[in-house]
Design a protein around this ligand. Structure first.
Ligand SMILES: C[S@@+](CC[C@H](N)C(=O)[O-])C[C@H]1O[C@@H](n2cnc3c(N)ncnc32)[C@H](O)[C@@H]1O
Length: 274
């Protein structure tokens, strides 16, 4: 990693004073002002198979945040806001499992959601991150630790650098509630193949469990949601919507801020084990 990129990663994470939005803005500013340092859309897309392969460098991680970060954060926040009310019965501790977490955007959205509800300082979060890319996993850990300080949250982080076919879920916990986040991964073929193994373990997780899955609605994602529903037949599906999400974001190809609309599919399920 070049010194400039290292410096930027530190600067952007330290800029997070209100939430993930600050990190995104800071990364966009850097990306826009330093075109010579950036990977092109084609290079990124070809190497990562449209962001589905594990990232191998911080330069790819920066491109990913600028191109997709805001959309992924906003869709998870929308799903949380639409489907749960955590203020009704506040738990002292909660567990979050982020599957194929990448740079931890879904967990960061969850933390921002708790902060917006005024709950951040009342809940201790046990975070489990599962991700094959070491680069992404290291960034996720850094950002979650930083955001925890910003929001005044107690957080413990447990990382598994691996793919879902070999994952071992933490089945038992002191926490009475677990939030399972599947953000933009159900379209990945290897994830779809691993879903039966994951679902089998999910069924045994103790306490109350909630699963949140989001992905842009296209054919591969639709196939992933079908498999998810089949494998999770023990859970109650509370919500499954296709949402036309319109938002301001930086478009890497045009190198400018634009209003963008994309259709996101999002599902929420729950089940309980005593
Ligand atoms: C589109 S990214 C989504 C990242 C993050 N969840 C988000 O919403 O920004 C897909 C992620 O899945 C990871 N991945 C790819 N194959 C995987 C597998 N077999 N098991 C677990 N994760 C996988 C990639 O490394 C990448 O971080």
């Amino acid at each position: 990693m070049s010194n400039q990129v290292q410096l930027q990663m530190d600067k952007a994470s330290e800029s997070m004073n209100g939430g993930f939005t600050d990190y995104y803005q800071n990364m966009v500013d850097y990306f826009h002002q330093n075109p010579d340092q950036n990977i092109t859309y084609n290079t990124f897309s070809n190497r990562t198979n449209r962001a589905t392969n594990a990232l191998i460098s911080e330069e790819e991680a920066i491109f990913y945040i600028v191109a997709y970060g805001w959309q992924h954060h906003q869709s998870m926040q929308h799903l949380l806001t639409e489907t749960i009310d955590m203020t009704a019965e506040v738990q002292e501790s909660m567990r979050v499992v982020d599957y194929g977490c990448g740079q931890g955007i879904a967990t960061l959205a969850f933390m921002d959601y708790l902060a917006q509800k005024g709950l951040a300082q009342r809940i201790a979060l046990e975070v489990h991150l599962i991700e094959p890319s070491k680069v992404s996993l290291d960034i996720a850990k850094l950002l979650i630790e930083r955001l925890a300080i910003v929001h005044g949250m107690k957080v413990s982080i447990h990382c598994q650098q691996r793919t879902l076919d070999s994952v071992l879920l933490p089945l038992n916990s002191e926490c009475k509630e677990t939030f399972h986040l599947l953000s933009n991964i159900v379209d990945i073929e290897a994830v779809q193949v691993a879903l039966p193994n994951v679902a089998k373990q999910l069924k045994s997780c103790t306490g109350k469990n909630f699963l949140f899955a989001t992905c842009p609605q296209y054919d591969k994602a639709q196939a992933g949601f079908r498999i998810l529903h089949q494998q999770m037949d023990f859970a109650i599906c509370h919500h499954d919507e296709s949402w036309n999400m319109t938002y301001q974001m930086y478009r890497v190809i045009q190198a400018s801020w634009n209003q963008h609309t994309s259709t996101q599919r999002m599902a929420m399920m729950s089940w309980t084990n005593n």
